[in-house]
Design a binder for this molecule. Sequence first.
Ligand SMILES: NC(=O)c1ccc[n+]([C@@H]2O[C@H](COP(=O)([O-])OP(=O)(O)OC[C@H]3O[C@@H](n4cnc5c(N)ncnc54)[C@H](O)[C@@H]3O)[C@@H](O)[C@H]2O)c1
Length: 324
Amino acid sequence: MGYKDLRFPDNSVFLVTGGAGFIGSNLCEVILAAGYRVRCLDDLSTGKRENVAMFEHDPGYTFIEGDIKELDTCMRACEGVDYVLNQAAWGSVPRSIEMPLFYEKNNIGGTLNMLEAARQNNVKKFVYASSSSVYGDHPVLPKREGQEGRLLSPYALTKRADEEFAKLYTSLYGLDTYGLRYFNVFGRRQDPDGAYAAVIPKFIKQLMRGETPTINGDGKQSRDFTYVENVVEANLKACLAPHEAAGEAYNIAYGGREYLIDIYYSITKALGVDIEPNYGPDRAGDIKHSNADISKAKRLLGYDPDYDFDTGLSLAIDWYRANL
Ligand SMILES: NC(=O)c1ccc[n+]([C@@H]2O[C@H](COP(=O)([O-])OP(=O)(O)OC[C@H]3O[C@@H](n4cnc5c(N)ncnc54)[C@H](O)[C@@H]3O)[C@@H](O)[C@H]2O)c1
């Protein structure tokens, strides 16, 4: 269960791209606490220096402010690295619909640079963030690897392209790549602000301030909301996965199904507030329901998530209470 007993060779070096973001900073924190070295590469475009400020005095930690769109930066960052955890990308389906050209350069070009830099530097494992959005409009639930539909956004296309490039880097060049299709991750340090913020931190912050959140659609949409510690576990287990499991993408979720309206009322209850939501239009590029079959990751990566949704939500609420 979990990742606490995992062991890597002494002096292992991890490169976390997007390490100043939500998921990346959680990865940096856990890996440093386990006693390994972490290099964090981030251009601070959507991430924040304050997410990594607490590591700055750790001798095992190095921060590189840089852009994965620059191959030279990626090459420099990969020198002497054992494991790459490539999280750097721009998220948000609606924003990608507004700016497809940028998404292609950042999310596809950037990841391709990182694959190339990892290959040239003989990195042991290349683990990267993909997304449940690659399932597009395929109607079958739960989502299963190999049953992908028509893509609904440039963001989804960038993640699908990353997966295809990563597979090629495994088959052509022997680089062990592992794609992790995250399903709606939430937890400490997820940004609650801005037009493209994820619902859970956004609702928590608004409700804590006595504001009225808006639910897009009728609130009856469902997602496999996944606590961030489970995603950390998946990344670390992928680093230790066998070569036979490389060149593949894996669903990373809890394997549950939560309805947005229920989450809303769980948050109001936990915060002790009595505020009814506003309802707005559906968002373009969104699907109504999504949940994951996680049996492939269990079988081939040994993924066995510890944190169910309710436990994760209560930990997340505690964190925002203490930190907002
Ligand atoms: N949060 C989720 O629910 C979710 C779901 C599916 C997939 N993902 C993927 O997981 C990864 C991490 O997402 P997150 O939620 O932590 O987002 P985030 O925005 O908090 O983190 C992304 C980080 O990448 C950095 N970055 C972006 N472009 C960069 C570039 N060109 N060079 C260097 N750094 C760059 C940003 O500054 C930021 O710190 C992303 O690849 C995202 O697409 C997230």
